[in-house]
Design a protein around this ligand. Sequence first.
Ligand code: URA
Length: 234
Amino acid sequence: MRLDKFLSKATELSRSDAKKVLHRGEISVNDEIIKDGGRHVDEINDEIEWAGEPLTVATGNRYILLYKPEGFECTLRPKEYPIVTELIDVPEWNSLRIAGRLDVDTTGALILSDDGGFLHRVTSPKHHVAKIYELTLADPMTDEQQATAIKEIAKGILLEGEYEKTRPAELSFSDETHATLVLTEGKYHQVKRMMAYFGNKVVELHRASIGTITLDGLEKGECRFLSDKEIEQF
Ligand code: URA
């Protein structure tokens, strides 16, 4: 967010007083004096100080996007692996909950928040939020097999142990082992089970986006706060 917006959230300064404080060179970002209120700051990773005192935004609800690397668990009670919240350096990180878990070996976009209503809107199939998955398959699929899978997935398939078919989804192939699947729901291990339905195995899985939210600008293991616009879409 802009530094002047950050100041108005983190202090009780009016806009004009914040301008004066900036102009007097009292605000530093990562030890560098910044006078420009339009400068972009990262509230999680930047150290922002006013006359040497650290500033943080009051903790209302937090809305965070994490680029999950492989080898981290999406759970509060990890069994074998470190837990994704270890990657997020915000106060009271243990109040964060995950909207749509990813498996330990899956990478990609993971949203965390402490706003229960928001989490529900992101994950509930009623809200039809599109999640794009990129997958690599163990076994090459012929053109005919691809066409069958595309057609069946577009209609919905009945996965083992379920009573209802999957919601209509969009599958496309870039070659015989690489595909993109757009889902608007999130059943347990859904992508892997959908490909198992066709006798195949997913060997790599990545969630590229959730709604309009993409990982652009983030490296694996990094996170950022969602913008107001990104939050409002849900
Ligand atoms: N579907 C899966 O099978 N695994 C994930 O991590 C996400 C969706």
